[in-house]
Ligand binder design. Structure first.
Ligand code: HEM
Length: 337
């Protein structure tokens, strides 16, 4: 195979996972290529503008300000989504498409004899779309980074993928047998928690470690720190997939998808998606890092500031995938010197 230079993932680029989630939500015909789909384009623009510090500093609907551009992008996204919805309503609804938009259109509450309104459907689809691609894209990016830096782990993944799948496409049944790859993903989500924190408003007075916390207080919960408690995860900064062989933390000790009633609804989907993508990459290629500076960047999602990798043919030369990396990732994981 011809050697190609390619950037597999950069911050804000999440073409693969946005295509996967868009197809699941909206179906095949709407999404030929997410880059040229107006909905994806407006969404990417809105997210980019939301991440611009000036949008937060000057939240005014005034000409030329990024905040106004952000409002324009969200309005354009809503218009486009409503267009898709209208087009769908004219189709025969027979449950054949099997995408989420169809399920929402068909949903009917027999007790109250009601259906979802257009704006409720729009809300559901948009949240799934927004919540369901940057997280998975970064989980994949961090896992590929770790696999390139730890050749012995990569070699085991490759061996397992070959043994379990041979050259065949991964089936749901076969995914369960990719046990080691499952540990790798868990360990990557532990160290590089894609959604590193979440917020809660207290429903009642309580206390934490002796600190009184009043009802209505806003709390930030660090999933990232939770994953580094040494009593649960000995040598917490070590990337050690084998720890999952016997480790069974409670959902409050290990929670990349959060816990409680607001737990990520896409957790099973994301875990399966990441496993399939990694398995398919390992069936064909070896992804090698190039020397570069990589820092962490976290607003809503923990991302690498850069992640340039070379796509090599599957040649088993995992030691060659490592590269000299500068930046602050050493605070998050013990990297080989
Ligand atoms: C590795 C990938 C992912 C990670 C780490 C992740 C993590 C999270 C976290 C931490 C929350 C917050 C829950 C809370 O507030 O306690 C959340 C919410 C959510 N996630 Fe995910 N997620 C991922 C992928 C996905 C995917 C693929 C989808 C959809 C297909 C999805 C859909 C959602 C939705 C709809 C919510 C809001 C749930 C609610 O508020 O009730 N996520 N996710």
């Amino acid at each position: 195979m011809e050697r190609r230079r390619n950037a597999v993932s950069r911050r804000r680029d999440a073409h693969l996972t946005s295509r996967i989630v868009a197809r699941t939500l909206l179906g095949e015909s709407e999404i030929q290529d997410s880059r040229s789909t107006p909905a994806s384009w407006h969404l990417a623009r809105a997210i980019r503008l939301l991440g611009t510090p000036l949008t937060r500093l000057l939240p005014f609907d005034l000409l030329g300000l990024p905040y106004q551009k952000y409002l324009d992008a969200t309005a354009a996204l809503e218009e486009e989504m409503l267009r898709i919805l209208e087009a769908r309503k004219t189709e025969t609804r027979d449950g054949q498409r099997g995408d989420m938009l169809e399920s929402l259109l068909l949903a009917h509450d027999d007790e109250t004899n009601t259906q979802l309104t257009d704006h409720e459907i729009l809300g559901h689809v948009s949240v799934f779309f927004a919540a369901g691609h940057e997280t998975s894209a970064n989980a994949l990016a961090w896992t590929l980074f770790l696999l390139a830096m730890f050749p012995e782990v990569s070699a085991k993944v490759s061996e397992e993928v070959d043994q379990v799948l041979g050259g065949a496409e991964p089936t749901v049944e076969a995914l369960d047998r990719l046990v080691y790859l499952g540990w790798v993903i868990k360990e990557s989500l532990r160290l590089f928690t894609p959604a590193p924190w979440n917020g809660r408003v207290l429903a009642e007075d309580t206390e934490f470690l002796g600190y009184p916390l009043p009802k209505g207080a806003e709390l930030l919960v660090s999933l990232y720190q939770t994953h580094r408690v040494p009593e649960v995860f000995p040598e917490p900064l070590r990337f050690f997939p084998e720890r999952w062989e016997n480790l069974k933390p409670s959902v409050y000790e290990y929670n990349p998808f959060s816990a409680g009633p607001r737990i990520c609804i896409g957790a099973a989907f994301a875990t399966m998606e990441i496993k399939i993508v990694l398995a398919m990459i390992y069936q064909r290629y070896r992804l090698a890092l190039v020397p570069q500076r990589i820092d962490r960047f976290a607003e809503l999602v923990l991302s690498p500031t850069s992640l340039r990798m070379r796509i090599e043919p599957k040649d088993g030369r995992f030691a060659d995938s490592r590269a000299k990396i500068r930046g602050n990732l050493g605070d998050m994981v013990e990297l080989p010197v």
